[in-house]
Design a protein around this ligand. Sequence first.
Ligand SMILES: [Zn+2]
Ligand SMILES: [Zn+2]
Ligand SMILES: [Zn+2]
Length: 444
Amino acid sequence: MIARLHDPEFSRWARQIKRAGGCRQPIHLRGKVEHYDRATGQLLHRYSTLHEPNGVLRVPCKTRRASRCPACAEVYRADTYQLIRAGLVGGKGVPETVSTHPCLFITLTAPSFGAVHTRRENNGKVLPCHARRDGGTCPHGRTMSCTERHRADDPCLGEPLCPDCYDYDGSVLFNAISPELWRRFTLALRRRFARLNGLTVKALSEYAGIAFAKVAEYQRRGVVHFHAVIRLDGPDGPHSPPPAWATADALTQAVQHAAAAVTAEVKPLSRTFRWGTQLDVRPITMNGDLTEQAVAAYIAKYATKAAECVGTLDRRIQPLDNLDALPIREHARHLIAACMRLGEHPGLAELRLTHWAHMLGFRGHFSTKSRHYSTTLGELRAAREEHMRTQEFTTGRLPLFDEDTVLVVAHWAYAGQGLSAGEQLLAAAITGRQTPHLGGPDDR
Ligand SMILES: [Zn+2]
Ligand SMILES: [Zn+2]
Ligand SMILES: [Zn+2]
């Protein structure tokens, strides 16, 4: 920290850190950009990182994970919010009339893989965890009942009542197969909705479309839930209204049918998975119980969370890792062990369970949407970068040239990532963000 502070280039380093928006683990780039006049070949402008502090340019890591970089995750969260919101009320190229389209917010849950400690509330009162008068004891001699009213931060939440009875294999296999289960759900939903209206799927597409946006959320017990926005459109996506017969009620019926009907099989183990029986379907309205703002905020929140809130690692498990020594919850350790063991099974190779053990078997995308839902994260990013470029023009960093007449030659190379412990403290002070905890090299 002292070395950095006394460095004559400190103020320029500080400017870079500020521009990276408080990124905790900025990527270091070494390289240059040259602008040539196409006609004469004359060099008009050259930018090189050679004259930057340590000869590198520090750019944001752009992670979506809050556990790795709060600053970049916040940008991702805000972008996701805008993207979901545009699909509900318009904006970012989506017409405002989209807000009149029937729209649902649904939650698809995972089935049970054994009783776990839970905190349930009813009208603000905390209920007993798992009160079963006739619960009896399991084959391992444990009482299958828990009458405690757990606190919200009780570390036992999500832990099985009996670890020996718990179906860890089922839990990680469900996570692994859930993206396929979701895909089948969307197909079954279209089919059912078409049939309810006396149409084939192909014929339905001439009148109406169904758009999706979803996020995965880890529950304390280590399985994923899906929260999704499902919207009815006309034949041209959000730009056309759905026909009058395409109602929220019909869509709700189709969701309920599809959620109960679809299955996905893990053939080598002869196991079939389906959604849990808890299905939540609610209409999204501009002023009712569930507003578009609440939905967009909710989805955006989960988009920056991964499995680490379950008490697992936020990095890949390495072959030499000693599973017993990792600083993780006992429940997560069992789930990771199940991934590693099932990952050895040649018939399950395509599930890549060893690779995704730290995610407890889930290898899908956290937030996805169908093509017609709204704008894309890429377009939002491009808009922001364009904005930053115009700022650079006015601060004199880049000359203002017409792109068509100028040949741009750029060479960039990755030159490392991250900040030293002392630099992290300085960066926190410069950007006004909370000081991150200072970890070892694994903290990357
Ligand atoms: Zn970052
Ligand atoms: Zn309990
Ligand atoms: Zn047991």
